[in-house]
Design a protein around this ligand. Structure first.
Ligand code: 5GP
Ligand code: ZN
Length: 142
């Protein structure tokens, strides 16, 4: 994509973004509004909006690079772990796929504030959802 996408501009090195890593397929840089210092965004160089559009030739390399960056962020920030996240359309503010890699520490305040959990009303409701997803998987695989 040309012109209209900030992450394409960063990938083209037309906009400065605090790069931490780049290779032929991807680029990683500091988030301008980090959840914690060291919050990194990893993007494919090519413009894909969500994970669902990412070609399978890139899924393996992107996942391997996510592992690399998670280790690097943990070590560099002396973190106890990481939070890895992708918003797909809902809550996605930049429509160019990006993987959030966020350093975490116990009692860092992130836990729970945006993931209120629910219960299935009963076993039948749970089974209906399980069955619907399983059927869709089978359809997509054929
Ligand atoms: P989303 O809400 O789409 O999952 O995440 C988008 C992220 O991109 C946000 O965390 C936001 O702070 C970050 N962001 C938005 N614009 C820019 C920018 O121009 N440069 C950088 N480095 N990060 C940005
Ligand atoms: Zn883009």
């Amino acid at each position: 994509m040309n012109g209209a996408c900030i992450f394409c501009d960063i990938a083209a090195r037309a906009v400065e973004a605090g790069l931490v890593y780049e290779d032929a397929d991807s680029i990683a840089f500091l988030d301008t509004h980090p959840l914690f210092p060291g919050h990194v965004l990893l993007c494919p160089r090519e413009h894909y909006v969500t994970l669902l559009e990412l070609p399978t030739r890139l899924t393996g390399p992107m996942f391997a690079t996510t592992q690399l960056l998670a280790r690097a962020v943990e070590n560099a920030l002396d973190a106890e772990g990481t939070f890895i996240a992708i918003n797909n359309r809902v809550s996605q503010t930049v429509p160019h796929l990006h993987i959030h890699i966020v350093p975490r520490r116990r009692r860092d305040g992130l836990k729970g504030f945006f993931w209120p959990r629910q219960h299935y009303t009963d076993d039948a409701a749970r089974e209906a959802v399980r069955d619907a997803i399983e059927r869709e998987v089978q359809k997509l695989k054929t």
